[in-house]
Design a protein around this ligand. Sequence first.
Ligand code: AMP
Ligand code: FES
Ligand code: ZN
Ligand code: ZN
Length: 305
Amino acid sequence: MKCRFCGKKAYIKLHHPKMYLCREHFMEYFERKVKRTIEKYRLLGKGERILVAVSGGKDSAVVSYVLKKLGYDIECLHINLGIGEYSAKSEEYTKKQSEMINSKLHIVRIKELLGAGIGELKTSRPTCSYCGITKRYIFNKFAHDNSFDVIVTGHNLDDEASFIFSNIMNWNTQYLAKQGPLLPGEGKFVKKVKPLYEVTEREVVAYALAVGIDYMLEECPYSRGATTLSYKEILNQMEEKRPGTKMNFVKGYLRKRYLFEQEVEKRELKECEVCGMPSSGEICSFCRVWRLKKPVELEVKEVKR
Ligand code: AMP
Ligand code: FES
Ligand code: ZN
Ligand code: ZN
């Protein structure tokens, strides 16, 4: 098959809209789509200091690569979760990826910061749950303490569609009030954005391959993978029968999101007694999980303006 624009040999067949593209035209298509997402949802403002959270995986590697290519000045943050070989390898990938795009990489190592890795802490919470709390807290506190205006993550259309799907299946309606390509900042919460919101996982993989990005394939050993994966599989089957299903589902959700807003308990946020960050209780979940007596120090001296 031939590229729809130049007639060269096709690199990929897209299903929605249906077309064949050569490698160059696919790259152009992908980058334009990300640029349009950024413009449409006003994800990034002029002069904002951008921090990209990079895991070593394909999504965050691709989002940092494309942002750089679109002319954004970015810095990256990797959290080494202290999960043995898996984390050591992830860190290596983020180093290679940052070198490739010539961007500054900050690394926070959980074991050094908190004395134990993810999976080593004695708590009744499931590992993935306190891992999530830890990552979200560090993304935000690092960005806040080092005066970044926005945190970028690599979430793609498949991630978003399966997140919405699983939360509807479980009627976790309170989680459905606040998802989207942009979570505005408020007080000490730094704005969070997802520039890959409208590209599929398949497109991200094809783009990484097209530009030669090397990324971590292994899943985290504690991955809650199974259920998320089955939701992704179901959505992919539906997508195959009816191309555009995922995009319609997510866009429909964004239009109807307001319906879930009343589900959110409006609780006044206080300041955590330990770290001073916003919290619904006296002590925030991060300081509680890690039983902290004083705040973690994340300020990077040379970054501060
Ligand atoms: P996940 O929840 O693993 O699908 O990751 C979603 C996004 O969070 C990724 O695309 C990254 O932007 C970010 N992320 C995940 N793990 C890490 C990590 N260890 N360090 C920095 N960013 C991460
Ligand atoms: Fe957090 Fe696996 S990445 S538990
Ligand atoms: Zn072409
Ligand atoms: Zn706290």
